[in-house]
Write a protein that binds this ligand. Structure first.
Ligand SMILES: Nc1ncnc2c1ncn2[C@@H]1O[C@H](COP(=O)(O)OP(=O)(O)OP(=O)(O)O)[C@@H](O)[C@H]1O
Ligand code: SF4
Ligand SMILES: [Mg+2]
Length: 333
């Protein structure tokens, strides 16, 4: 959680993603299959204790990136490192799963409505044999419930009896059961009423502090991510286009796509509003089955040139800690 004055990054990456690709084979009728490039060569680090916000329009590959970095899919290509060690074997993956977990977007479909809250939270404890007696299991479940603001009377009730916010608390307690140090939070508040989104976000921040957690926090809403994130990464059509400190990306976006995303957010601060010339995001996002050549953003970019159609811009460090993929940064900024 960033308060604007303090960053708690240790500089030590807990996760490193190198050239990750996740393609899905899509059947083309009689013609065989074509690859849908959901994630197409992304590289970034997540530092211990930080929240890295991941934003971009629907379908740009955020969930796929989160799932494949957790090895819930077998990546098509690329490498994932956990605390400097490359994850290769089945036993590396099994170990990693105890330390890295996920909170899902929709608490209505991700929890089995016929299970009791205690059994939903206890399931990962069962899978990983994390207790030696029934009493210990019960104690652990009650402690987890307490961490997320549920009380012991909720334990025997069923998920379908709860509100969205309470269900998401159950989902978070379940993710915490294995005592992880890294959590992919996949739009954990976007299915909730606006009135309770802030409560749940604050709970994520408190849990982070208390349990020394690192988050990859996926969201559509740049405003949500801005407040919880230390750094923000922006994805477009399977690619990462910009990454930097949250306040800097927000107040001085460099990539034309980030500029457009930010000018779509209502800005309460008039100074920031004035500094950011409004750029409308026109046209449809292309299909990842039929991505443009060169820069993925070129079909919607007002600055596109021939070079943009011919060459994929490299995602590289353009200022200390700021990464961007664009051929024309110096002319645009
Ligand atoms: N299992 C799958 N099989 C085939 N295609 C998939 C699969 N999962 C995702 N996709 C496709 O990959 C692309 C990226 O999807 P993804 O769900 O990662 O996007 P997202 O950024 O999380 O979108 P949203 O904001 O709507 O959640 C989309 O075109 C989607 O249709
Ligand atoms: S590389 Fe070209 S098309 Fe892509 S964002 Fe930069 S200017 Fe626009
Ligand atoms: Mg998603």
């Amino acid at each position: 959680m960033s308060d604007g004055t303090m960053t708690k990054q240790t500089g030590q990456p807990i996760i490193s993603v190198k050239h990750l690709k996740q393609y899905f084979d899509i059947s083309d009728g009689f013609l065989g299959s074509r690859p849908l490039k959901a994630v197409d060569d992304i590289s970034f680090d997540i530092n211990e204790g930080e929240t890295l916000g991941l934003v971009g329009e629907s379908g740009c590959g955020k969930t796929t990136a989160g799932r494949s970095l957790l090895q819930l899919y077998k990546p098509t290509a690329g490498e994932i490192f956990y605390r400097g060690k490359k994850i290769v074997t089945k036993s590396d993956i099994a170990e990693f799963r105890k330390k890295a977990t996920m909170v899902f977007q929709d608490p209505y479909s991700s929890l089995d409505p016929r299970m009791t809250v205690a059994d939903i939270i206890g399931e990962p404890l069962d899978v990983h044999h994390m207790y030696s007696s029934k009493e210990e299991r019960r104690e652990k479940i009650l402690t987890l419930m307490e961490h997320v603001g549920l009380n012991s009377e909720h334990a025997a009730r069923y998920a379908h009896e709860f509100s969205g916010g309470q269900r998401q608390r159950v989902g978070i307690a379940r993710a915490l059961a294995v005592d992880p140090d890294f959590i992919v939070c996949d739009e954990p508040v976007s299915a909730l009423d606006v009135s309770i989104q802030a409560q749940v976000i604050n709970m994520f921040a408190e849990l982070q502090e208390k349990m020394n957690l690192t988050y990859l926090f996926i969201a559509h809403d740049l405003l949500v991510v801005r407040h919880i994130s230390d750094r923000i990464a922006v994805m477009y059509l399977g690619h990462m286009v910009e990454l930097g400190k949250a306040e800097e990306v927000y107040s001085k976006p460099m990539h034309p796509y980030t500029k457009a995303l930010i000018s779509a957010v209502p800005v309460p601060d008039p100074k920031v509003a004035k500094a950011n010339k409004r750029i409308a995001l026109t046209g449809e996002i292309p299909s990842p089955l039929d991505a443009p050549s060169g820069c993925p953003f070129r079909t919607r970019c007002q600055y596109a040139t021939e070079q943009c159609a011919a060459e994929v811009p490299e995602f590289k460090e353009v200022e200390s800690g700021r990464f961007c993929a664009c051929h024309r940064l110096s002319e645009i900024n």
